[in-house]
Write a new protein. Structure first.
Length: 74
């Protein structure tokens, strides 16, 4: 995990929102939504519960973007 990702993980809020994982080319490789952005995005890094598919995805992530919304319904 690069320093940019580590820094962005520290700044993640506990608010609901959408998150985008990008690869080294800037391509969006995954889009998700969460009730709690911090908990959801950090759950990808819990290696004890990772499937092979998730492990491959996490290894390709070089950037993270997120959008905070007012409620889960937004």
């Amino acid at each position: 995990m690069n320093d940019l990702i580590k820094h962005k993980l520290e700044l993640l809020p506990n608010n609901p929102g959408c998150y985008l994982h990008k690869d080294k080319f800037g391509n969006i490789i995954y889009v998700g939504k969460a009730k709690n952005l911090k908990n959801r995005v950090l759950s990808y890094l819990n290696q004890s519960n990772q499937s092979n598919k998730t492990r491959i995805l996490v290894n390709k992530i070089t950037d993270l973007r997120y959008i905070v919304v007012n409620s889960e319904q937004d």
